[in-house]
Write a protein that binds this ligand. Structure first.
Ligand code: ADP
Length: 345
């Protein structure tokens, strides 16, 4: 049992509703508990869609953990269950030891979420939004002011924070959303597709902000994404999720290392099976080489490209569009599921 010292606070009302929020002072929390622990978690929506089919994972305090998968894989449903907005069908999930189903208020008190949809009030200034959120969370005024000033600087909004949010660009608003989620100093931050809908330059800027926050706040972050570069750049470990199941879970480096340093790709005129078996018999391809349509993908592991090319030539394989490249998480996904991340969905 967690012993928790908490006190009820008098939070301001919002739309006439008084949120039942508490300040948690941390004493008595289970310090040894994983930041996130998910066991056999499952969600079947009414109507029968099995969105999440029994997943297990743990996230250590301070870790950045990614759920990577295409649209429809079950990422948002998982975040919904962890943030207590979606009721699990079975299994369990805990945040810092608090069960999301049986202790939802406590689970929420140690976490924050940035959803894809905006929640900030566009008519108010950035500062007023953050201040309102701090008051809802019962953060004492002086601490709130210090915290807000720190966060505004960390997310690079100092110049704009007095302006109405309606004047912010998409990327600036997203940064404000992140600052808002951090006002309560959560132990676990959920980011649901944080850069979706932003143009590439703004995406990269936002990723820099997240990496910077990660380094200074030492909090646990669980991020969902269908962008490979995002997962590779941000995450200590990544769970690759496909049709509601985790099909691989490791550090991006370990997932990639399984494929070796280089990948050879080419198109075959004729039978791809014959080409693959020739390359395998000659020892330059392993069981993890595969063909989709006319395109053959061969992780080279310890072999040099020249060895593979020599085999292609001596076996008289009719190939075109030969190229080598470094492996990406897309190759890991492709090998595991037979689909590309940006094509699946
Ligand atoms: P992702 O976040 O990876 O795109 P989701 O968790 O949103 O995936 O969706 C997983 C599956 O659950 C999809 O097939 C989706 O259509 C379905 N789904 C999501 N929300 C609901 C809902 N409220 N009711 C019924 N089906 C849903």
């Amino acid at each position: 049992m967690n012993k928790l010292k908490s006190k009820e606070i008098s939070a301001p009302t919002m739309n006439g509703h008084r949120p039942d929020l508490r300040i948690i002072d941390g004493a008595g929390e289970d310090a040894g508990a994983p930041a996130v622990k998910v066991s056999r978690l499952r969600k079947t929506y009414p109507g029968g869609v099995e969105a999440v089919k029994g997943i297990d994972f743990e996230v250590a305090p301070g870790e950045v953990f990614g759920l990577l998968g295409p649209n429809g894989a079950g990422k948002s449903t998982t975040i919904g269950m962890l943030t207590t907005t979606v009721q699990p069908t079975s299994g369990s999930a805990q945040l810092a030891g608090y069960d999301v189903a049986t202790q939802p208020l406590l689970a929420r008190s140690v976490s924050s979420v940035v959803f894809q949809d905006a929640v900030v009030d566009r008519a108010l200034s950035g500062w007023a939004n953050l201040d309102l959120h701090a008051r809802l969370w019962g953060v004492p005024a002086e601490r709130a002011n210090r915290r807000i000033a720190e966060l505004v600087e960390a997310v690079g909004l100092s110049e704009l924070i007095g302006r109405p949010v309606s004047s912010y660009s998409g990327g600036q608003r997203r940064r404000l959303e992140i600052a808002r989620a951090l006002v309560s100093s959560p132990r676990v931050l959920f980011l649901d597709e944080p850069t979706v809908g932003l143009d590439p330059r703004i995406r990269h800027e936002l990723l820099d902000v997240i990496v910077g926050l990660r380094n200074r706040e030492h909090m646990t972050i669980l991020v969902t994404t269908h962008y490979l570069d995002e997962a590779q750049r941000l995450c200590d470990r990544v769970a690759i999720i496909h049709e509601g199941q985790i099909v691989a879970l490791d550090s991006p480096q370990a997932l990639l290392a399984g494929l070796g340093r280089e990948i050879l790709e080419f198109r075959v005129e004729g039978s791809t099976d014959a080409a693959l078996s020739a390359l395998r018999q000659r020892g330059v391809a392993r069981g993890d080489s595969f063909a989709i349509g006319a395109r053959v993908t061969v992780p080279l592991h310890e072999h040099a490209t020249t060895e593979a090319l020599a085999v292609i030539e001596s076996e008289r394989l009719r190939v075109s569009e030969i190229a080598t490249r470094v492996p990406t998480l897309d190759d890991v996904y492709l090998e595991l599921t037979g689909a590309r991340l940006d094509e699946a969905a």
